[in-house]
Design a protein around this ligand. Structure first.
Ligand code: BES
Ligand code: MN
Ligand code: MN
Length: 456
């Protein structure tokens, strides 16, 4: 690629400033109060695509936050790469743990600190920059379409319909996504799997009002205690989920496949150290990368009830609540798992309380094959810029819309992530190393080149 490194070097400050502009828009999709910011961010993306060389770009209304669509069509006989990304971000609480404002991006120690620095504004922007370079230097080898949504962090509730309604517009050969991580800055990898998800909220109700815990304590069941009992029964001593039928459809990998997975470099000591835990815990008989990559999991994401403010208040709460998510693996169906969970959770409810299970959102996992032109092209691209062949690995995260791309559009996705485990996505002090930001921009054009050559 002609002058690629020079181009990035010459424009690196401007690219950073542009990304900072987008980051400053607090586009938190889950909060009604940020509705206007969602439009601002969508408009920003549209303008950016036009500036960088798209023939057309538009902000498309949905029932939720808008989708930005853009394209540059060179010739219908050439292959078409569709770039997917999301301009929405997660909430930022707890605010006091941030060293700098979540929407006031700054560079410290070679990393961009801000909400969205990695997930997904930073990673998405690498594609805008790579596109600018290819257009500006007349080296774009194929057609490009952009589909940038604003609801990924809330489960993409409107994008399915958008796909159904725009099948023709969204015709293409591959969907290229940078919204995942690599195993390490010196261990390039390609994400070959994502987990599915079923996310529920459970409600436990006891007495008709908060009671004095002295006058009633010991005589009336406490919904918080009961909820804790119920939750702790969901995982047994071997780390297996006890929901009836939960493992029925789980894909079992062959010993060979597991051995292959085991070759991915992974330093368990460094992993423990990075999150400050003495021991890891998970399903018996599986390694850490297997536990997150090919095995399902169940986690309480939040739990509340009774007195949670400062100080002591003696109360026997009338209600308790928890948000419970299950990460699913290939062949497990999200709706079926949600039904099983609901039936199971209701079946273990004792008579002293009333229990409800509410479904929040879900979606299917994804496995991306390695014997495709897009995998080959991605592999060669990483090898070119990182000087090392990337390893395939299955991530524990979820991007439910990826399986719908295949279902509805019939197009496979290739997950070229440049995030790092240490980027603290969804957490305070989310960050993205400048090295990855610029290396990503350098790698992406090679994907276009190799993919287009292979498709000839
Ligand atoms: N980009 C992440 C998913 C991800 C991150 C996958 C790193 C692999 C490696 C995405 O924005 C995300 O956060 N997804 C949510 C699911 C969504 C339905 C809320 C997740 O995985 O929790
Ligand atoms: Mn993301
Ligand atoms: Mn995310």
């Amino acid at each position: 690629m002609k002058d690629l490194k020079d181009y990035i070097e010459k424009n690196k400050e401007r690219f950073l400033e542009e990304l900072f502009d987008l980051i400053r828009i607090p586009s938190i999709s889950s909060k009604e109060s940020h509705k206007d910011d969602m439009y601002k961010a969508a408009e920003w993306v549209k303008d950016c695509l036009l500036k960088k060389g798209a023939d057309k770009a538009e902000v498309c209304e949905t029932e939720g936050h808008p989708v930005v669509y853009g394209e540059k069509m060179l010739d219908p006989s050439l292959p078409t790469v569709i770039i997917y990304g999301h301009y929405d971000v997660q909430p930022v609480e707890p605010l006091d743990l941030w060293k700098s404002g979540p929407f006031e991006p700054e560079v410290r120690d070679g990393k961009i600190y801000a909400r969205g620095a990695d997930d997904d504004k930073g990673q998405m922007f690498m594609h805008f920059a790579a596109f600018e370079y290819l257009v500006e230097t007349n080296q774009l080898p194929c057609n490009v379409k952009f589909m940038i949504e604003g609801e990924e962090e809330i489960g993409s509730p409107s994008l399915g319909k958008f796909l159904e309604e725009n099948r023709e517009k969204l015709a293409g050969d591959v969907i290229l996504v940078s919204d995942t991580a690599m195993l390490g800055a010196d261990t390039p990898s390609i994400t070959t799997g994502l987990r599915g998800l079923s996310y529920c909220e459970v409600h436990v109700t006891g007495p008709n009002r908060d009671l004095h815990s002295g006058l009633y304590g010991g005589a009336v069941a406490n919904p918080v205690n009961i909820l804790c009992d119920m939750i702790s029964s969901l995982i047994d001593k071997d780390g297996r989920i006890t929901v009836k039928g939960f493992y029925d459809d789980v894909e079992e990998l062959s010993d060979e496949e597991r051995a292959e997975m085991g070759r991915a470099p992974f330093n368990e000591e460094a992993y423990k150290k990075s999150i400050d835990v003495k021991e890891l815990r998970g399903e018996k008989g599986y390694s850490t990368l297997e536990r997150t990559g090919i095995r399902p999991s169940l986690d309480v994401n939040g739990i509340w009830g009774g007195h949670t403010d400062k100080g002591a208040k003696t109360v026997l709460p009338s209600e308790a609540h928890a948000k419970i998510s299950m990460r699913l693996v290939p062949h497990q169906n999200s709706d079926k798992i949600t039904r099983m969970f609901k039936d199971h959770f209701l079946s273990i409810a004792p008579d002293y309380v009333k229990v409800d299970v509410e479904f929040l959102h879900g979606g299917e996992g994804y496995v991306s094959p390695v014997d495709t032109p897009e995998y080959q092209a991605a592999s060669m691209a990483y090898e070119k810029t990182y000087g090392m062949k990337p390893v395939p690995y299955r991530s524990g995260g979820s991007i439910p819309i990826i399986s719908m791309f295949e279902q509805i559009l019939g197009i496979k996705s290739i997950l070229m992530g440049f995030g790092l485990e240490s980027d603290a996505i969804h957490s305070p002090n989310e960050n993205y190393p400048l090295f990855q930001f610029y290396k990503g921009m350098e790698t992406i054009p090679y994907f276009y080149k190799y993919f287009s050559e292979m498709k000839k």
